[in-house]
Design a protein around this ligand. Structure first.
Ligand code: PRT
Length: 97
């Protein structure tokens, strides 16, 4: 059984990091970077490329790892451009037949 609640949990962690920034946080580092939203977008680009390369190879675990990196950084980019992740989920739900 898939535990899709992890998306909600992770989104809440991302939001909480921005509201209550700890001393050390990767989320805060990316989302308060001097490049602004471009930093998160740059990461989405990098991780997309890494996923594409993994997808063309035989290492199953690497595909899983790179897909997770891509989804995580996409969530950061959504936060960075003020899109609520729940609206993306709602859009996917709307497309279901
Ligand atoms: N899911 C992640 C997550 N995935 C990746 N990363 C970080 O992303 C950074 C950069 O990844 P890169 O792919 O660029 O680099 P790499 O994986 O080291 O190397 P390559 O893929 O380039 O070979 C690494 O430092 C990872 O630690 C993450 N950092 C945080 N999270 C989640 O975000 C939560 C909050 O994190 P903090 O803000 O750090 O508290 C955590 O509890 C996690 O749930």
């Amino acid at each position: 059984m898939m535990n899709t609640c992890v998306f909600e949990e992770l989104w809440n962690v991302i939001c909480d990091r921005m509201e209550n920034p700890p001393e050390k946080s990767y989320v805060v580092d990316i989302l308060t970077h001097r490049k602004g939203i471009d930093k998160a977008l740059e990461k989405v680009g990098e991780e997309s490329t890494e996923f594409i390369i993994a997808a063309k190879n035989d290492d199953y675990d690497q595909k899983v790892y790179e897909a997770a990196d891509l989804i995580f950084h996409l969530m950061l980019a959504l936060k960075g451009c003020n899109v609520n992740f729940s609206d993306v989920i709602a859009e996917l739900e709307r497309r279901r037949n």
